[in-house]
Design a protein around this ligand. Structure first.
Ligand code: FES
Ligand code: FE2
Length: 411
């Protein structure tokens, strides 16, 4: 029998070199959950059983690490401008397990706040709504749409109503969250420390140089609650290997022989194909971006900005898919649909085309949900020793495991 200290040394000696900087406390937290063997499996080559071990898909402690070390430190897409059409429109959303809300102010600016009352921390808004001001349901502290506290009745004693001036009062006003936007896409960074949004998006946009996104218009959204870990949803989004088995209509649009695995370049994943023809929901019915070549017109391209901002582009659309981890075995997914210009978004003659686009995406996602939920069930099996991924198709999924590990431990 070996002592605890000897055992630790033994594990440390056997661990594969990480190949990236690690904060000691974060690395220790990772090792406490998946052990050196789990790190080794994550870093193992694709021709071995590899990828993050089951605990990374099922364990609440691992889930908490991802929330605090990834989702609270990166830009996260939280919605689109079009979801907040009027002064007072509010969208609540949970990021990294924390309640946030987006509010359109009197000045038309959209701001993000922590969705908690400064008095006792009550969650203020639970559903999308439109309000003239925000009143806490517990003791009726009342906030203006720009977050400043307006009044609090009875706080100083019976029937005394305190009213606050126009001045900013950092002790009492709603706490702001860093928000930045691009072409109607809204993002928050809970840490306040992430690099500028434009810097983060630039490598993804460079891949789409042929497409003019200057006039894209939001036409609606769809959402799914999936009983599966967010990484399974993301891996499934990236890899086209399953298309021939799971997606008959998508296969008819673009067969296996026009597809490839895609690749990561730093924090951006990119994959694409050039389809033989256009089909409904994928370029056939709605106006196209201007001046596309014949190849780009038939191209379907999809990208991920790590961790979860996914964009799929066809000649007639800019579709955003985002996964929000809710629990180790639950993900909330939102899809946001943009078309190329005002005419495509509003002209009555394109009504059918818009409907066809939304239906295509809804049906495609339903084809994935049942499989994702079965993947999650499989992760409960102690007999599953790691994935046997296809080097032809799944190198990006294999690398995603390493990116998640790296994002958790890096300083
Ligand atoms: S908790 Fe909001 S007013 Fe008391
Ligand atoms: Fe799929």
């Amino acid at each position: 029998m070996v002592s605890g200290a000897q055992e630790t040394e033994h594990i440390a000696a056997d661990k594969r070199p990480l190949g990236f900087d690690a904060e000691p406390d974060a690395l220790a937290a990772v090792e406490a959950i998946i052990r050196a063997s789990g790190i080794n499996q994550t870093l193992a080559p694709i021709d071995c059983p590899s990828g993050l071990p089951n605990q990374a898909y099922t364990d609440p402690a691992w889930f908490a690490l991802e929330q605090s070390r990834i989702f609270a430190r990166q830009w996260i897409f939280v919605g689109s401008d079009g979801e907040l059409p009027e002064v007072g429109s509010i969208k609540p959303i949970e990021i990294a397990g924390q309640p946030i809300m987006l509010v359109r102010g009197e000045d038309q600016t959209v701001r993000a706040f922590h969705n908690v009352c400064r008095h006792r921390g009550t969650q203020l808004i639970t559903e999308p709504c439109a309000l003239r001001s925000v009143t806490c349901p517990y003791h009726a502290w009342n906030y203006r749409l720009d977050g400043r506290l307006r009044s609090r009745p009875h706080f100083r004693g019976p029937n005394q109503v305190e009213r606050f001036s126009e001045e900013v009062n950092p002790e009492l006003d709603l706490l702001p969250v860093r928000l930045s936007s691009w072409q109607g896409c809204l993002f928050v960074d809970l840490s306040g420390q992430a690099p500028d949004l434009s810097h983060w998006l630039a490598p993804m946009l460079a891949r789409f140089g042929a497409y003019d996104f200057a006039n894209i218009q939001w036409i609606g959204k769809d959402s799914f609650t999936i009983r599966a870990n967010w990484k399974l949803v993301l891996e499934n989004y990236m890899e086209p290997y399953h298309v021939f088995a799971a997606h008959p209509r998508l296969l008819a649009h673009a067969p296996m022989d026009v597809r490839w695995s895609g690749q990561w370049q730093d924090h951006v994943f990119y994959n694409d194909y050039v389809a033989p023809t256009l089909t409904e929901g994928r370029g056939a019915a709605l106006p196209h971006y201007p001046n596309l070549s014949d190849e780009d017109t038939r191209r379907g391209a999809w990208t991920t900005c790590f961790p979860t901002f996914c964009v799929e582009v066809f000649a007639d659309q800019f579709t955003v898919l985002v996964t929000y981890p809710i629990a180790p075995d639950e993900t909330y997914e939102e899809l946001h649909f943009f078309v190329v210009n005002e005419d495509a978004a509003h002209a009555p003659e394109h009504e059918e085309g818009r409907k066809g686009l939304l239906e295509m995406w809804h049906d495609l996602n339903l084809e994935d949900v049942a499989i994702l939920e079965r993947l999650q069930k499989g992760r409960k099996s102690a007999a599953f020793p790691g994935s046997l991924m296809s080097p032809a198709w799944e190198t990006p999924s294999h690398q995603l495991s390493q990116k998640v590990l790296q994002a958790i431990v890096e300083p």
